[in-house]
Ligand binder design. Structure first.
Ligand code: HEC
Length: 188
């Protein structure tokens, strides 16, 4: 920050130059503060940055980005499809839960990214009151592991209420980086 303030060097500039530098400085500081304010007050799931169609929140965790017209980013759309092929059978359609397994749309309100990852990779067994419920370990399942961020952002959007119980239609095209990451992960 120190470097932004007028230095001795500035004082040696002619009057006109000084005035101009001051104006630019004020504009710069204003922008910096506005940017920080937005990041600090953003809701947890809000995207604050993106790289090649992949969105992150203020903590650097993957998140969704849904346009006002309902158009999904690629990863959220992909997560919708993967969830319904790998998790739906136990956790119910749209992350809404079943008699066997919890509603993940609700779980996402308390689970952070690391906790979610750990449970899916390692699995979890809950033995209680005469019934045994098992969340399988998916650590060796590429159809899940290669798309786990996608599933995470989809469920996150469901948990935040950003995405309803609908079949998403419009979505961004698949980014090149998603294609290469998929090929590398699946070993193709
Ligand atoms: C064979 C059924 C089954 C499948 C398939 C399954 N789960 Fe689960 N899952 C469970 C059960 C049962 C629990 C609850 C376990 C417990 O109570 O400890 C659970 C718990 C979880 C939890 C913790 C929820 C919480 O509130 O603590 C997460 C996260 C989760 N599953 C994610 C997934 C994801 C993601 C998929 C798909 C890749 C998936 N599960 C597929 C049965 C399943």
């Amino acid at each position: 920050m120190q470097a932004l303030f007028p230095s001795d060097r500035d004082r040696k500039l002619p009057a006109f130059g000084r005035k101009h530098r001051g104006w630019h400085l004020a504009a710069l500081l204003l922008c910096a503060t506005a940017g920080l304010g937005a990041a600090a007050s953003a809701a947890p799931g809000t995207a604050v940055g993106s790289e090649d169609g992949k969105y992150v929140d203020a903590e650097g965790s993957p998140t969704y980005n849904i346009a006002p017209d309902g158009k999904l980013d690629w990863y959220t759309f992909s997560g919708y499809r993967r969830y319904h092929s790998e998790c739906h059978v136990c956790h119910g359609p749209d992350g809404a839960g079943s008699t066997y397994a919890p509603a993940l749309a609700d779980s996402m309100k308390t689970l952070n990214y690391e906790q979610f990852m750990t449970i899916v990779v390692q699995g979890r067994t809950n033995v209680g009151a005469g019934n045994q419920k098992v969340m399988p370990s998916f650590g060796e399942n590429r159809n899940v592991m290669c798309y786990l961020d996608d599933i995470y952002v989809y469920l996150r959007a469901r948990g935040d209420g950003a995405l309803g119980r609908v079949r998403p239609e419009a979505h961004d095209p698949k980014p090149e980086s998603a294609k290469s990451a998929e090929a590398a992960c699946m070993g193709n």
